[in-house]
Write a protein that binds this ligand. Sequence first.
Ligand SMILES: [Zn+2]
Length: 91
Amino acid sequence: MSEYIDNWRKQKAAELQREVDNYDRLFGVSSTDGPACPHCGNTITPDESFYYSEDRYLEDICEACGKKFRVELNIQHTWTTYRELEDDDTP
Ligand SMILES: [Zn+2]
């Protein structure tokens, strides 16, 4: 009986891992700390300027697992505006 449960668990774990892999393939792995390897999760510390180049930093090879991956850099800007202090609220 326990062997049956063990096999069922292994099968379920493999199914879930395949789902996670497919999800990562479709949507990528996003991180704000640095590029994270989509194969093993190792996160690279972006301590060189080329990590911030949208045009040049398009792929990398993971130093932990040795696998190649594509990179898409997203730069987000936020503009916050304030009213002049002397403005009143009448239109
Ligand atoms: Zn890796």
